[in-house]
Design a protein around this ligand. Structure first.
Ligand code: AKG
Ligand code: FE2
Length: 255
């Protein structure tokens, strides 16, 4: 390709990439939650791991002042991957926008964020939408309208590490369990837990109501990994375009 990496965006990469025929299953209407089977190809999974392998650092969260800080609630390692500088990541970003219809723009995407969990690590219950409006300003793209959590790698023998939505009722049909998408051994009262399955993804809308308020029902957790190794990826779409500066900056978007 002769495309200059600095000018590549999810639109230009779309011409060069072939999207896998992933399947979409609605899990919940309100909040909207979709399960995406085969969202990443095996080649894309390998590429994402290789592109980020040496770059993982202790994850951070938004502190009470909005600034990124380490916390016992999020003990994983993470790293950003700028999809404007990586054609595979740009193709995945394009796919994530396409699912959201023609109005979702590349400028609304945060850099892709990979998250790695070793045994014992977790991300306790949180929302992806920012509770403090001071950090959901127009130059910051407003709030996080939607989230994808994509399972990039799940080592053989991995246990635990599901993605749990405590306030969402689990779907009932046995195929959710039989296909390995949903954890069905946990008590009903614990809500909905997706099992980590490499290549698959969960998509949801974070905001509700006409005013775009954060939807409390979208709270969720990356449950503790009890053994193995799990790498996931967040793809966050803002309500509005992020300023060029905010798109490139690690702080305060990197949580
Ligand atoms: O690890 C998971 O299953 C979920 C992670 C998550 O919610 C996040 O990184 O915001
Ligand atoms: Fe999250």
């Amino acid at each position: 390709s002769t495309t200059d990496a600095s000018t590549t965006d999810a639109s230009t990469a779309a011409a060069e990439c072939t999207h896998p025929p992933y399947r979409v299953y609605k899990v919940s209407s309100s909040p909207l939650i979709l399960y995406l089977e085969g969202f990443l190809t095996p080649g894309e999974q390998t590429h994402l791991l290789n592109a980020t392998a040496s770059r993982f650092r202790r994850s951070v969260v938004a502190g009470s002042d909005g600034a990124a800080q380490q916390s016992t609630i999020r003990t994983s390692q993470s790293t950003d991957l700028d999809h404007h500088a990586d054609n595979v990541a740009a193709c995945i970003a394009r796919r994530a926008l396409d699912l959201q219809g023609f109005d979702a723009r590349d400028a609304q995407l945060e850099p892709l964020q990979l998250v790695r969990y070793a045994a014992g690590e977790e991300y306790d219950v949180h929302t992806d939408w920012l509770a403090d409006g001071a950090y959901a300003t127009a130059p910051n793209g407003g709030n996080r309208a939607t989230s994808f959590f994509v399972y990039v790698h799940v080592a053989a023998g991995t246990t635990g590490g599901g993605t749990n939505f405590p306030l969402v009722v689990a779907p009932r049909d046995g195929r959710w369990c039989a296909r390995g998408f949903v954890e069905c051994d946990a008590p009903y009262a614990s809500g909905l837990t997706f099992r980590p399955v490499a290549g698959n993804a969960v998509f949801w809308e974070n905001l509700a109501g006409g005013g775009g308020e954060g939807d409390a029902r979208t709270e969720h957790a990356g449950l503790p990994l009890t053994s193995g190794d799990k790498v996931g990826m967040n793809i966050w779409t803002r309500q509005l375009p992020l300023s060029q500066e905010a798109r490139r900056r690690d702080v305060p978007l990197d949580f």
